[in-house]
Write a protein that binds this ligand. Structure first.
Ligand SMILES: [Zn+2]
Length: 63
């Protein structure tokens, strides 16, 4: 267990699904990562229990 979890998300812009790695050692975090497919900024809001993701929200940056 290294605190990293791979999860599949769906881009709010192009609706492609892709895998991304989330650092679960941070209990609550929000960050922006560009879509691997269309390169637009996706806002990640992640809640974890320290080891696993408990909640993951994806949203477009300019809504
Ligand atoms: Zn995309």
């Amino acid at each position: 267990m290294n605190g990293l979890e791979t999860t599949q998300i769906q881009c709010p812009y192009c609706w492609e699904t892709f895998e991304t790695v989330v650092d679960c050692s941070v209990v609550e975090q929000q960050y922006v990562e560009d879509c691997y497919v269309c390169c637009q900024p996706i806002v990640f809001q992640v809640t974890s229990d320290g080891e696993q993701i408990t909640e993951l929200r994806i949203s477009a940056e300019n809504q």
